[in-house]
Design a protein around this ligand. Structure first.
Ligand code: SF4
Length: 481
């Protein structure tokens, strides 16, 4: 069985992941990310920087793609080959860009990131190993990534969008490790499913699509659910402890971990009275606020940069001290840069006094700060909103836990346990942030029917509205328990 670059990368992180990919792909729960599309678009844009390049047809049998790649390689008029495929022994790779050099080729890996990350070196080293083993001379290895300082000026002028970094030394120093690892992971999966328990490697550098499956194997309450606990989880696994309820109390130090253990053993949620005290003290009017945003790897609006967050929607529930609740919202699906109108409408909605309540303030405050930097005339009013922000997340994290929260204090986890009657699953096609981004892209691409566009817009509004109503309902529940 041939191993692709993607499967080897998965195997480097976790041999069980590779095994499940190959033997039980049906167990994967994959979420489609709008970022995947972005990666494809970046790859295409990068090719525009190479003249006389030829693209290998990937919509054919691998064998035919390999033969086509060899043909291009031997044709001296070919200055660059895109998506060239090569196989050595049991490993096969497709290279983003091979650029002809004086004596040999430059191997160029394209990434829709703005810097070099360690796993990109693994990625390039796998390709280097296969190509050099297959007899291709590689002069240089480069990472071609987005330039975070590039500001799009419009008119399709993307000169300066990419930075090319020479990573030859790092890759060549790493290649013998990669060769050994390929042998090692082959061996690890040859005797059936490798034993591996849920821990930090299941979430970083990405959330593994087999996480739900592995969690079930680890028991009802896997220790991998302990938040921010990579070292502790390793120690527990080393001691043969896999279920939170089996952890000896002396093995935990953090208050959060102790609470998770205690509540899980009790089988009952815990809500400390301090939470109500803190929340009751929040001043009115209370503005429950939530944003949706998107980033484009390749900027589409003048004045914007790669991977910059663009807020396109907000929802706000306003509660006055007489108990009256009103709702306001903003959504721009015109396809134009939404930031200015977003900022102006937000300033108008949030008034000048009272508490602005968000869930996980880093995101909302960051968006507001960026808007303030973009619009001088709105800056003071925007930053004044930030000064009124109160973050609900740390309060819930410190004072509430339910055994069914799986170590997560996301608003969805908290809501499901505290107010099970309010369900995101009752919403339409938009039930989380990624779905909101995907809906936004579908709408601004302009290919939907009027009916579909209206239905999706309504789903986006309903989703964001639930987010802010959820915060309000959580605060009410905590204060009136
Ligand atoms: S969830 Fe974790 S242990 Fe399971 S396959 Fe994925 S990375 Fe490996």
């Amino acid at each position: 069985m041939y191993l692709s670059k993607t499967s080897i990368l998965a195997g480097l992180n976790c041999a069980k992941h590779l095994y499940l990919m190959l033997k039980h792909p049906e167990l994967a729960i994959a979420k489609e990310s709008p970022l995947a599309e972005a990666g494809i678009a970046v790859g295409k844009k990068a090719r525009e920087e190479f003249s006389n390049g030829v693209l290998v047809n990937r919509f054919q049998r691998d064998e035919d793609a390999f033969a086509e790649s060899r043909k291009f390689l031997d044709d001296e008029s070919t200055a660059a080959i895109f998506e060239a495929g090569f196989r050595f022994q049991d490993t096969e790779v497709f290279v983003d860009i091979l650029q002809r050099a004086e004596s040999g080729w430059n191997l160029i890996e394209v990434k829709s990131a703005t810097s070099v990350k360690d796993d990109y070196i693994d990625d390039a080293a796998i390709q280097y190993h296969v190509l050099t083993s297959a007899g291709i001379v590689i002069n240089r290895v480069e990472l071609m990534h987005l330039n975070r300082d590039f500001e799009y000026q419009g008119n399709g002028d993307y000169r300066g969008l990419f930075i090319r970094q020479d990573i030859t030394e790092r890759v060549t120093a790493h290649v013998s490790f990669i060769r050994d690892e390929i042998v090692h992971i082959r061996r690890a999966i040859s005797n059936g499913e490798p034993v591996r328990h849920v821990a930090g490697h299941c979430k970083t550098p990405y959330v593994c699509e087999f996480k739900s499956w592995c969690e079930k194997q680890d028991g009802e309450y896997p220790v991998g659910w302990l938040p921010n606990a990579a070292v502790v989880i390793r120690q527990l696994h080393d001691n043969g402890i896999y279920d939170i309820r089996d952890i000896p109390v002396e093995m935990l130090n953090s208050e959060t971990h102790l609470k998770v253990r205690r509540v899980t053993i009790q089988g009952q949620p815990e809500l400390a009275p301090d939470a109500a005290e803190i929340l009751q003290a929040l001043s009115y009017p209370r503005y429950y606020l939530d944003f949706e945003s998107i980033n484009f790897a390749i900027p589409i609006w003048p004045g914007t940069r790669p991977t910059q967050q663009h807020p396109f929607q907000w929802s706000c529930h306003v509660q006055t001290n007489d108990g009256k609740i009103t709702h306001m919202e903003f959504l721009d699906v015109s396809g134009n840069d939404p930031r200015r109108e977003f900022a102006e409408s937000l300033i108008h909605a949030c008034g000048s006094q009272g508490t602005v309540i968000v869930y996980n303030q880093t995101f909302e405050k960051g968006i507001i700060k960026n808007l303030a930097a973009a619009y001088d005339d709105l800056s003071e009013a925007l930053l004044a909103i930030n000064r009124r922000v109160f973050d609900l997340l740390p309060v819930m994290k410190q004072y509430y836990y339910h055994p069914a929260m799986k170590g997560s204090w996301s608003i969805k986890s908290v809501l499901t346990c505290l107010l099970p009657e309010l369900r995101y699953s009752d919403l339409g096609e938009v039930q989380d942030g990624l779905m909101a981004q995907s809906a936004y892209l579908q709408i601004i691409n302009g290919k939907l029917t009027k009916e579909k566009r209206e239905a999706l817009t309504a789903d986006m509004l309903a989703y964001c509205k639930l987010d802010t109503y959820a915060m309000l309902a959580i605060v009410e529940k905590v204060c009136n328990r």
